[in-house]
Design a protein around this ligand. Structure first.
Ligand code: GAP
Length: 461
């Protein structure tokens, strides 16, 4: 098994990620999150929200709907142009992203696929005789819109078409005026939004990296282009993004790099765009993007709605459309990065068994502590262990395990990434001490039960 297969297998085995609707055969590019995965997902969102919204004085949050008025997506350009280049296998009619097929065979001398026009991609496919993964000829490239369409309306025949949002960002732009009018913000300030977005992705096999449904954490940072230097705001966010990934989440720096979009790749309205790429097990790929989008989005929403989204400077009275810098990340991509970065295999011990450890930063680990009674069939140990478990649960997410032997329980908690295991044994009944076993070093120490809550609180600061 390669690293990617090992991570996918561990994610299923330990309750992080399951294929959606598996009992019916699943849905391509769709996954559910199990008990451990749900905790991890929540921790990522909470820690992002704390660092990018609550800890800052210049940010506020929003929680906007998945279904917006369809005009929003016409204004944003998604209805007209939110598409991927798609080719079809002419024999079995399976569809593929043309750029992804090209990416697989591109060599260093070639132009990068991000810079190719549709005609250039068509020529490249022909010149290199690229076939479908099943070995059949491919159609010419067609544009494939990624927005999911649905309808609202109770009476049949009177339904109107709406879209599931393709990004959380537009909910921020359409509420810009409401935030101005209902809170005390003044430029420069940012608005953050976390929530589900939907894209009809056809490329399969990338696990939770590219899915139909995913959660985005997006920020729109509004400023006056005449009084703020966009380069300073842009660089400030790049630093915050990098710090969040390396210091807060504890991801290795050598697995991260910035990639600047070339003029050809960048959207026409953007003045500068960078991707923070992570070295995923299947290659360097975008984790988090940051773009200087000028006043494009507010202007578009203003033109299409006919409502002013201008800002009035409180001192000079000058009226203008603010400019915006947008850092946008997928929570599920952060999740996959964390699994990949934290996965480690310690050499086999005397039993010949390799120790798989998910070395997650304790702050984001799904469970902080696992509590075990040494023996599950001794009522006095069970009772004491339950009381320790309930005390610790008051302050943090704690898990319980009384199955099998202690070795197997450690093995399971290491794979889940639980930083500490606490065992209640016969000595506990005599002197009120327990053993704490550290996930990364495997070392054990004894500690008084009364000291445990403070000890873990200190470790988690
Ligand atoms: N508002 C800008 C925007 O949506 P994007 O690069 O299309 O930009 C932002 O998306 C982030 O959302 C990406 O960097 C990635 O982390 C995440 N993302 C995009 N499509 C995704 C998908 N199909 N599955 C999982 N995450 C995705």
């Amino acid at each position: 098994m390669d690293l990617f297969e090992k991570i996918v297998a561990l994610a299923k085995r330990r309750g992080f990620v399951y294929p959606t609707s598996e009992i019916y055969g699943g849905i391509s590019n769709s996954y559910d999150y199990g008990p451990a995965g749900t905790e991890l997902l929540r921790n990522i969102k909470n820690i992002w929200w704390k660092e990018f919204i609550n800890d800052r004085d210049d940010m506020v949050g929003l929680d906007t709907q998945i279904i917006l008025r369809p005009e929003t997506w016409v204004a944003s350009g998604h209805v007209g142009g939110f598409s991927d280049p798609m080719v079809e296998d002419l024999k079995n009619h399976k569809r593929y992203r043309a750029d992804h097929l090209i990416e697989k065979i591109i060599t260093t001398g070639d132009k990068s696929v991000e810079e190719m026009s549709v005609d250039e991609m068509n020529d490249f496919i022909k010149a290199n005789k690229i076939k479908s993964p099943d070995g059949n000829s491919l159609s010419e490239i067609k544009s494939f819109n990624l927005l999911f369409e649905t309808s609202i309306g109770a009476v049949s025949g009177e339904k109107s078409t709406v879209y599931l949002r393709g990004e959380t960002a537009q909910g921020i732009f359409t509420n810009f005026k409401q935030v101005l009018d209902s809170s005390r913000v003044k430029l420069p300030f940012g608005i953050g939004n976390i929530g589900k977005s939907f894209r009809n992705e056809i490329t399969t096999g990338q696990f939770i990296f590219r899915t139909l449904e995913f959660e985005q954490a997006e920020t729109e940072y509004f400023f006056d282009p005449e009084n703020s230097k966009w380069e300073e705001i842009f660089d400030g966010f790049k630093d915050s993004m990098f710090k969040f990934v390396t210091e807060t989440l504890g991801v290795s720096k050598e697995n991260l790099k910035w990639r600047r979009h070339s003029d050809k790749e960048r959207s026409f309205y953007s003045k500068d765009t960078y991707d923070l790429d992570y070295k995923f097990p299947f290659g360097w790929k975008e984790l988090w993007g940051i773009a200087y989008r000028t006043d494009y989005d507010l202007k578009q929403q203003m033109d299409h709605s006919g409502k002013s989204l201008e800002y009035v400077d409180p001192i000079s009275g000058r009226k203008f459309i603010p400019h915006v810098i947008e850092p946008a990340v997928g929570i599920n991509r952060i999740f996959l990065m964390l699994l990949a970065d934290a996965y480690s295999e310690d050499p086999s011990d005397d039993s010949g068994q390799v120790r798989i450890v998910l070395k997650l930063n304790p702050k984001i680990a799904p469970y902080k502590v696992a509590v075990f009674p040494l023996l599950a069939n001794k009522p006095e140990l069970l009772e004491k262990a339950q009381s320790v478990y309930k005390t610790l649960k008051k302050n943090m997410v704690v898990t319980w395990d009384a199955r099998g032997n202690i070795g197997k329980r450690y093995f399971a908690q290491d794979e889940i990434g639980t930083p500490w295991c606490v065992t209640i044994d016969f000595q506990t009944l005599e002197d009120n001490t327990v053993t704490i076993r550290d996930r990364d070093s495997g070392k054990q120490e004894r500690m008084l039960v009364d000291k445990l809550p403070q000890y873990f609180q200190n470790e988690l600061i």
